[in-house]
Unconditional design. Sequence first.
Length: 156
Amino acid sequence: MRPVLAWAIVVLAVMAPGAAAPAVAGPSDDVAAATKAWTDRFSGHDLEGLLALYDRDAVFWGTSSQTLRDTPELIRDYFKGVPTSSMIVAVTDSRVRVLGNVAINTGYYTFTAMRDGKPDPRPARFSFTYRLRDGKWLIVDHHSSSVPAAAAPRAR
């Protein structure tokens, strides 16, 4: 058997149907990973790591802030308590849309702190807008707000 034919048979056997192909992440997966990095840094109480996820031009409406944070210094000020906080956050549902070099991830997350020895979950909504800069998805706009309480049923 010729050497070229032998190699072709080996290659075809490796690439046969059912053979595992390497997974390739797409932009949507990368944006979801950027959001996961945000929850990991927040829950890990890593202030510098969290701030590094924001673009230098980022704007942020915090869940508990009356101030629009539109400079790195103001965003740092909002998150200054992260290193000493017991709070963690987890995304419970989200929708990623990629529009070229801009992407949006919108959904729900829950902040949980321990109060009197018991978990105290606080559901919230988020929108992260990302810009792809130098191969990295960075947050350029972040809005977070508490989920409103359910309306009380009407009396009949």
